[in-house]
Design a protein around this ligand. Sequence first.
Ligand code: SF4
Length: 298
Amino acid sequence: MHLVLNTDCNAWDRPNAPGSPGVCRFCYRERNRVSTDPDTVRRVIDLVRAESAARRIVFTGGDPVMPYDNHLEVALAHAAGLGFETNLHTNGLLLADRYPGLRDHVTLYSLAVDGPDAATADWFRGSGYFDRFTANVDMLVADGRRLAFNTFTTGESVRRLPELAELIRGVAARTEVEYWLISQYRPIGRANPRKAEIYGYEPAAFTAAVDAVRDTVPGVAVFAQPTRAHDDPYPFRAWILADGTVTADLGSVAAPRNAVLGSMLSEGLEPLIRRAFALRDAPDEAAPPDPGRAPAPS
Ligand code: SF4
């Protein structure tokens, strides 16, 4: 289950690296903040516990580690106290700042890294990103934390996967690395032809490149997320906003944004998830009105 505390991201005002099309131009997050409070966040997590068999909550955004109080520490502590595993899915830009308040409640840190060196990684996420990533890894390794990695690729950078695999293999020798998720351009949420031109390339080339490194990171589960065609849906995913709104990624690249299903605080979680499955199986059925505030997933 994914819990979205805010949909904005601290990467947006980062400096471009030379030659870059812009920081995170590939991102398909929507840009508005979730409005909630600590009691509501706790109620939301209580309902997930009561109405689902989920064992892990992924805390995501935007980026969940922001320079303001988005109730992240409250949410993590409450989820961990109820027995959930917690995955903090972050760019890590502000991780060191908030680390003391959250470290005791995080099972797994999933960090983004798109290349094996600063020239490649910073092209995607801004000047200085790779150095920050390296510092975060060193901090978490020294503290014996469990890690995972997310990598976004272009037709150029996918050739660097063997070197990135070597980097990850090195980290895995120092601490537990659970998975490595490698992705290709996803044409939803603010998609346009220019982005497709910058980031898009043949899915077959992507899949072959991932397969070539799959066995080079022993003990690390490697997942590939190629660009899908309109008739080849992405896996179903449900997202819960920290105000109780439930949204679902029904998988189609034709959908401009997640379907907004309703509020779990008034309708309960299970009926909304059932509605999502029904919508996925019969996409022509009318969905509930979309207030235009659902996040798109990463
Ligand atoms: S890709 Fe991640 S780090 Fe970049 S703007 Fe989007 S949410 Fe932020």
